[in-house]
Design a protein around this ligand. Sequence first.
Ligand code: MG
Length: 283
Amino acid sequence: MDKYPVGVFASIGAGLGVRLEVVKELGIHSVQLCCPHKEMRTQENARDFIAKLNDIGATISVVFCDFKGESYATIQKTRETIGLVPKETRAERKQEIREIADFAKTLGCSRIGIHIGFIPHETDSDDYRDLVGSLQELADYLAAQDQAFHLETGQETADGLERFLSDVGRENVFINFDPANMILYGSGEPLPALKKLGKWVRSCHCKDAKWSAEPGKEWGAEVPFGTGDVNAKEFFKTLKEVGYEGPLTIEREIPAEPERQKAEISQAKDLIEGLKREIFGVE
Ligand code: MG
């Protein structure tokens, strides 16, 4: 695979990300797929989706978990509903992750992305131990089918995530680094975090944001890539410094405004292509 392909977060059916038609129109050939819900994960849909991807010459770099009942409406809602952390849904979501991994395998994708949620900070608590054990169990399930887990950054500080990854201790658990999320959630300056976590980073999101007045309490604001507090150029320099060579996947989550979303993704693509030449020395 070429180094540093420009990618975009995409979906089939419901879910975050742009439609494949838009991927085609934008001339992008790498997608991260927001995994469709259970009823859509049929063999027939998989075949149909693969045919569409082949038609536009695109490949899937990561299949992302998306669970019913999740809400990013506020930081508090995120805390209560996202990923594997909420105890009430942990068992059923663990089972669903296995099913998503199987569906990804059908699609020929070996990487599963997930927001696991706000990891408890009491590392000697039963809850923390159960979460570590859950990740180990799932990582082993993925390893048996040559797949890896990519945990998305956002809810944790770099130190918190480093500790968690060390406790999980599995060789197929990596990071999907989203610099904007560190700002949106108020969990630390993204570029020092990237330097610290670089050895685990195997995929990333080109997304941007502005800090809120009360980081960690109120959301920051998501803005088009290159216009926020991430500093796109320094972000790419840091990716280079940590030896990253994977896809540069644009994420712009404004599904209610599809035309604006498409225009801003197109602008992000132009910006990334310029920075690729300048910083990575590749077309
Ligand atoms: Mg992201």
